[in-house]
Design a protein around this ligand. Sequence first.
Ligand code: RB5
Length: 154
Amino acid sequence: MVVIGSDHTGIELKKRIINYLYKEHIEYADVTKDSYNPEDDYPDIALSVCSKVLLARNNLGIAICGTGIGISIACNKLRGIRAAVCTDEYMAEYARRDNDANVLCLGARLKIAEDDDKIETIVESFINNFYDGGRHDRRLDKIRNIEEMNREGR
Ligand code: RB5
């Protein structure tokens, strides 16, 4: 399942991506409201998306804010989340293949966000590529070690 959510900057982009997911018969869950609230905060959206992503191993997330940066920072605070801001299909492909990223972060205020084809290519690339494993396991284990160090307050 693809879990999707956006802050107030990304409501339209979120709807366009949902149309794409629907058209492609990709199961999704929309965890944020469609009503415009400029007082909403991207860390809350990150928490809504990521807590649902973490419920199943094969879940992926799409988290949207103005730049994609703030929400990616927040998403990456959750243990087990590897969130990547991607601005093209190459980044989306290798976020999955090398980093086993489970959340795609997008910036609704970027020029590319206006282009449906570009956004669909990024989303398609993120969903349809898979972790390569192998040498990347060692690196992801090191990231997990850093997460554990944080938990232990070291
Ligand atoms: C909200 O105005 C904006 O700051 C937020 O969407 C995001 O761009 C933060 O990184």
